[in-house]
Design a protein around this ligand. Structure first.
Ligand SMILES: *Cc1c(COP(=O)(O)O)cnc(C)c1O
Length: 223
């Protein structure tokens, strides 16, 4: 059986330059993260605040932590002192809270706006229309400590590769539209977080700059 670090290096070999691999370690023990770390992986993603708090405290300081799940505004304060990127910002309220708490902590936290493109119903993420309206409102401007770096999405949870590609293409189009209309002079707006264990090769074809891969590296999660 391959270890996490071996699998990571195999995946890495298939990723084009400029695509970062976020190892999604949620529900897996620190020992598995340590194996990946020993193989050189420094970027990990978690989706629960308490679990992230524990792992951050227990593991090496030079790990870069991303928060990938749905983040409640009342928990922002707990992770803002050390998390480097929040992937799934899905409301103005959350972005404003990250800005406020990051200011208190004296740092800047990178954020991605979560776009809902999948066919499953969910209350998380901006629909394309909601995202355009939010951009148009200008409410996001003027935040100095929460920095919008790009978009994040999940494709439909289906086997149909055509459908998955359609979802990622839509996200890619939205990214370029926002880039042209609102961030043309902001080099920091450049990230496209899409692609998971089962669909990251498609995501990479659709302009992903960050793939979030969990079970392929660490095995199935036991919830
Ligand atoms: C769990 C999770 C992943 C990783 O999923 P795998 O299928 O295990 O690769 C990626 N993104 C988000 C938002 C997740 O919650």
């Amino acid at each position: 059986m391959q270890t996490p670090s071996q699998i990571i290096s195999d995946i890495r070999a298939t990723l084009p330059e400029g695509v970062r691999l976020v190892a999604i370690s949620k529900f897996h023990p620190a020992s598995m993260i340590e194996d990946a770390y020993a193989g050189g992986q420094r970027l990990f993603g978690e989706s629960h605040v308490q679990e992230l708090q524990q792992k951050h405290a227990a593991l090496p300081r030079d790990i870069e932590w991303h928060f990938i799940g749905h983040l409640q505004t009342n928990k922002v304060r707990q992770i803002v002192p050390y998390v480097s990127l929040v992937h799934a910002v899905d409301s103005h309220r959350l972005l404003a809270e990250i800005d406020r708490r990051a200011a208190e902590a004296g740092r800047t936290v990178d954020c991605l706006l979560q776009l809902h493109v999948a066919m499953e119903e969910t209350k998380f993420g901006f629909t394309p229309d909601e995202l355009l309206a939010y951009m148009e409102s200008g409410d996001w401007q003027g935040m100095r400590h929460a920095r919008i770096r790009g978009l994040m999405c999940m494709a439909s949870n289906v086997d149909d590769e055509g459908r998955i590609e359609h979802d990622f293409r839509l996200a890619e189009e939205m990214f370029h539209r926002l880039k042209a209309d609102y961030f043309a002079t902001d080099d920091g707006f450049c990230e496209r977080s899409w692609g998971m264990s089962h669909d990251y090769p498609i995501a990479v074809r659709c302009g992903s700059t960050m793939v979030r891969i969990g079970s392929k590296i660490f095995g199935p999660r036991v919830y």
